[in-house]
Design a protein. Sequence first.
Length: 170
Amino acid sequence: MKHQLMYLDHGEVEGITNLNEQLITVNRCAAVVKGGRRFSFSALVVMGDREGVVGYGFGKARQVPNSVEKANKDGRKHLLRVPITAWGSIPHEVIGEFCAARVKLIPASSGTGIIAGTSVRAVAEMAGIKNLLSKSMGSTNPINLVKATLDALAQLRTPEEVKELRGVEL
């Protein structure tokens, strides 16, 4: 079942002032031209306020600093809000998919920490999640893992939201 990521609109993004960025990966690509090799770089950045808002950005440029700057600018367009429990975990178990990457996120008790690979860990830290277990399956491509993690986080529902959707009492 495909889920549509519900990004924050422009007005909500303007209200967030303390966005932090974390560089995940920089890829170098070479195009062979008459004079030799011409390099270009792509950067993947995860950004968030560590209080329930997280997103990613992807930028390409001829120099690394420019690609990181473009990724940061792109990241402000791809922010979403994540429900976090009182003990700093997620409300329920969830599986996110993007292309061949699958990420399973499991809530953890207080004091567990984030047990995840680098890409999933960066997304969880920027979202403000403090206790999480995860398992990534399939592709190990950092870009696809970040998108699969965000897909999983977008599927999370609080008990109040589920109560409202089902029309039952907790």
